[in-house]
Design a protein around this ligand. Structure first.
Ligand code: BTN
Length: 272
């Protein structure tokens, strides 16, 4: 989308300067247009890119969401980024990273707009509409995570009529919610800061503090339906457990554990 404004400061030099020396963002790859920042980050990680390497694009031609959905990625208005991390966790616990990232994103978006919530497993919403989504992809060898690519798409200054018609009623941007243009550079730097803090906490203290904060951003008690494999589950959200799985209580008061992410396998990379 061209929303009439040229991105003035959202460029490689500005971002490099502001992020220099940081654990997350210390190494920046910036592109005006790429197919998908997750794909680039994955190629870099396979070549040995260090933890904290970030890929940022002004536009994506094949931005992807979970279940191979398209992530609309026009130029000049949003943030599309992927972060390479190499956590010392077991692959089975990697889905906790998606929830951790949700907390980091929600915290930052809340500083712009007060009504930010999290929807399991990977949606950040304002007023029930999606403002940001997370797509994590992992490469593992045996019991070791080799790397995880954490892809984050955040709708910042996108106008309502720029969203494809089919998602106009379920999507939003910070600009739509706050009524003003927001600096993408500021938001990007704050987002990496927040990610760095929550990631450090996760490594130090484990998943419990993340779960507590995640639940504060989630409307517990909400009735939802979840498609998991070929099954459709309906019930009330009663929490998430220590592994990051959703706990759903059905009308017979049976609580079911839905494994985070409805995992699908894509070309040797696990998406969650
Ligand atoms: C979802 O909600 O289904 C996840 C959306 C993730 C979109 C981001 S944009 C940056 C990164 N590159 C991609 O191709 N996807 C993620």
């Amino acid at each position: 989308m061209d929303n009439g404004k040229q991105p003035v400061d959202f460029n490689e030099d500005t971002l490099r300067g502001l992020l220099s020396g940081r654990r997350i963002g210390g190494s920046v790859y910036f592109f005006r247009k790429v197919a998908s920042t997750n794909e680039i980050a994955c190629e870099l990680a396979l070549k040995g890119a260090s933890e904290g390497t970030v890929v940022i694009a002004d536009a994506q031609t094949k931005g992807k969401g979970r279940f191979n959905r398209v992530w609309q990625s026009p130029a000049g208005c949003n943030l599309y980024t992927s972060i390479v991390i190499r956590p010392p966790t077991e692959p089975a616990l990697a889905s906790q990273i998606t929830l951790m990232t949700g907390v980091a994103v929600a915290e930052i978006l809340s500083s712009y707009c007060p009504y930010v919530t999290l929807k399991w497993p990977n949606d950040v919403q304002i007023g029930g509409k999606k403002v940001s989504g997370i797509l994590a992809q992992m490469r593992a060898s045996g019991k070791r995570v080799d790397f995880i690519i954490v892809g984050i798409g955040t709708n910042i200054n996108m106008k309502r009529d720029a969203f494809e018609e089919t998602i106009q009623d379920i999507s939003t941007s910070l600009r739509e919610e706050t009524g003003g243009d927001i600096s993408r550079v500021d938001l990007t730097v704050k987002l990496y800061d927040s990610f760095e803090r929550w990631y450090a906490r996760y490594i130090r203290d484990g998943f419990d503090p993340i779960r507590d904060m995640w639940l504060k951003y989630n409307s517990k008690g909400r009735h939802v339906q979840v498609v998991s494999g070929n099954e459709l589950y309906k019930g009330e959200v009663v929490g998430i457990d220590g592994d990051g799985a959703l706990l759903l209580r059905d009308e017979n008061k049976i609580t079911r554990r839905i494994i985070a992410g409805d995992v699908s396998i894509l070309r040797g990379l696990v998406c969650f």
